[in-house]
Write a protein that binds this ligand. Structure first.
Ligand SMILES: [Zn+2]
Length: 106
């Protein structure tokens, strides 16, 4: 993901609507690009800050963004774990099928 794509994905991230692939690239890009980290802070402030101002509640923007990021990272981690369970099951089933076929035909 480049800076332009990152910027395009910011609203999706803030609304929690990125799919796993985009989310992973988004988080990776954010970790290595200072300009985009700043851009995300600004857009988050504008989008979320306005919303909270309207409601008149007191809120810590940086903490809210950190909370959002760590929530999304946990979501990615869960997804990765579920995927590896499926890969593992796939391997087990394949090996079992090979053993059964060998047993039947040999
Ligand atoms: Zn960037």
């Amino acid at each position: 993901m480049n800076c332009k794509e990152f910027e395009k994905n910011i609203p999706g991230f803030i609304e929690g609507k990125l799919n796993y692939t985009d989310l992973k690239e988004f988080v990776d890009h954010r970790a290595r690009c200072a300009a985009c980290r700043e851009e995300l802070d600004i857009q988050f402030l504008v989008m979320e800050g306005m919303h909270h101002l309207e409601n008149g509640d007191n809120f810590d923007l940086q903490r809210e963004l950190d909370r959002r990021l760590s929530g999304e990272l946990k979501r990615l981690e869960r997804h990765r774990r579920v995927l590896s369970i499926w890969v593992f099951l796939g391997i087990v089933i394949t090996v079992a099928m090979i053993i059964i076929l060998l047993w039947v035909f040999l």
